[in-house]
Design a protein around this ligand. Structure first.
Ligand code: MG
Ligand code: MG
Length: 249
């Protein structure tokens, strides 16, 4: 069931989202060659706890960490590790969630570490813009798959593929609520969007083919062809005329 949130509920989701956005900024500032993904996770957890909130991913289906850290060909759900040092030229995707008074916020950003190739830079820019185009559909009168259609058109017109195996989602009282929101689809189809629905939109774009596989750790998702992947996610509210993005600072 897709729920419409009250303004009081949206305020709580907003508080969670703001701390998530601040945490991602902290992670970005800490993202230098030599730092481990474990270090990033510690910094994120300490920050969220210092604000009186709870990390949303810790304990979720047995996940033990505050962040998902996915590097280069890793798409999503990378596990922070003391053994994984960030290197110059890496593309690092950081996904974070937090809970405020029972309400969830969820956001992700991909960052370039130091000097990266033009191809990496383009992948980052196109993924972020694809997210913006998807969210721009979150207004009264739109249909659900208008979001994915906008993401897919922009991504594919720029030569990248859209991951099919993982999707965006409703969010609020739970991290993952209905509906599932694919990053592809046919415009003009799917349910009608209503003001007050809150979604986490999260395109994952690949430099090569769209297919993914999960590593033997049971979590880390990588591109099947080993090429790069980027992930941007924001939590936003469907508005009457325009969406309100809750994870922007
Ligand atoms: Mg996320
Ligand atoms: Mg999400």
């Amino acid at each position: 069931m897709v729920t419409v949130k009250s303004s009081q509920e949206i305020e709580k989701i907003y508080r969670a989202c703001q701390v998530v956005a601040e945490t991602l900024l902290k992670a970005r500032e800490s993202l230098v060659p030599g730092v481990t993904t474990w270090d990033l996770d510690r910094i994120a957890e300490e920050y969220i706890l210092s604000k009186g909130l709870k990390p949303a991913f810790k304990g979720y289906r047995g996940f033990k960490h505050t962040l998902c850290t996915s590097i280069n060909e890793e798409v999503v759900h990378g596990i922070p590790s003391k053994k994984r040092e960030i290197l110059e030229g890496d593309l690092v995707s950081v996904d974070c969630g937090a809970i405020y008074e029972g309400y969830y916020g969820d956001s992700a950003r991909s960052f370039a570490v130091g000097q990266v190739s033009e191809k990496v830079q383009k992948l980052l820019e196109v993924t972020q813009e694809a997210l913006a185009r998807g969210i721009a559909q979150m207004k009264e009168g739109s249909r659900l798959y208008d979001i994915g259609a906008s993401v897919q058109n922009y991504a594919e017109n720029h030569g990248f593929s859209v991951v099919r195996d993982y999707v965006g989602h409703g969010i609020g009282r739970q991290l993952h609520e209905d509906p599932q929101i694919p990053n592809y689809g046919k415009a003009g189809t799917g349910m009608r969007l209503k003001p007050g629905m809150v979604f986490a939109i999260e395109p994952m774009l690949n430099a090569g083919l769209a297919e993914t596989k999960t590593l033997s750790d049971g979590w880390t998702v990588v591109t099947r062809d080993g090429q790069l992947s980027a992930h941007f996610e924001d939590t936003a509210v469907v508005g009457e005329k325009a969406p309100q993005i809750l994870t922007h600072l």
